[in-house]
Write a new protein. Sequence first.
Length: 219
Amino acid sequence: MEKVVLQAEPRQTGRHSNRDIRNAAGVPGVVYGQHAEAQAISLNRKALGIALHKASGGVIEVELANQPTLNVLVREVQRHPTKHNILHIDFLAVSMTEKVKLHVPVVHEGHAPVMTNPDMVLVRGLDHVEVECLPGDIPEHLVADLSTLLTVDDEILVKELKVPAGVKVLTEGDHVVYAVTLSRAGAEEEAAEVETASPDEVEVVTKRKPKEEAESEKK
């Protein structure tokens, strides 16, 4: 994965300070971790966006003047409710020799043969799974192979995902990631076919015997 470096500066804390940083095209943030004291920082908004895109959930190297470089992971991003620009960001400082736990997205590849039937619908059960690995081994995503979905009864489980070396999946292996089901229209059509049976398919439950009919007429 490409090395991602981000320049940062120490900042003062407080509402007015954060507003001034945002007005100057910056983003206030904080870095904290098990082996590092919490530090309030400011970042260039444009540079931050580029770094987040390149890192794709992986490690970012944050450089602060007169301080050792910090290897960090994004812990939380606060965005404006309508403009969606970043208002604040939290970084978790990590050691490159200690494993971390985090959630990574699941993507699919290939084509499901069962989907050639227009009445079928692909159902997604999970968007992310939890993994454990060294920071340098964090995958951008895990992959589900849709080519294994041959019938409506097939499904893809967590334990069937493609997992790179050095990565351990913590989410239970029997959780369904992808499955297939009939669309609403397809299900209604199938139900209608079951309800509409031909006369030859109808079983006669009760039929009076000739002797019983004769005795009934005498009465």
